[in-house]
Design a protein. Structure first.
Length: 114
């Protein structure tokens, strides 16, 4: 049996009241799952990635969702290099490319435009 050995149970009045677990275990178990608002809004985390790191919204969304360029490129049926160029923001994306990228990320076109 693989029982965790790094867990500590703290009793209060003779009954279990708290459990202490290693931080890495906590992060794996309870990490914040990225959420795509149904309202069409852009999460603060995405906005801050765009502002603080200078990412395009496409790159900020991908980073926020924890996806790699390879994963998104595969969903779009393009190369990773092509996606990298799209994320760079050097060229304005065609409507069809923007729609394809939005679908691959699971967001709306408006959420990619800002």
């Amino acid at each position: 049996m693989n029982e965790p050995t790094n867990i500590q149970i703290i009793n209060q009045n003779g009954h279990p009241a708290f459990v202490v677990i290693p931080y890495d275990e906590y992060v794996r178990t309870f990490r914040k799952t990225p959420r795509i608002p149904e309202s069409g809004n852009i999460p603060n985390d995405v906005v801050w990635l765009s502002i603080d790191k200078g990412y395009t919204l496409a790159r900020a969304w991908r980073d926020y969702l924890g996806l790699t360029q390879t994963e998104i490129a595969s969903r779009m049926g393009i190369s990773q290099a092509a996606l990298s160029q799209m994320e760079s923001g050097e060229k304005k994306l065609r409507k069809a490319s923007l729609e394809k990228l939005a679908k691959a990320l699971g967001v709306t076109v408006e959420q990619l435009r800002g």
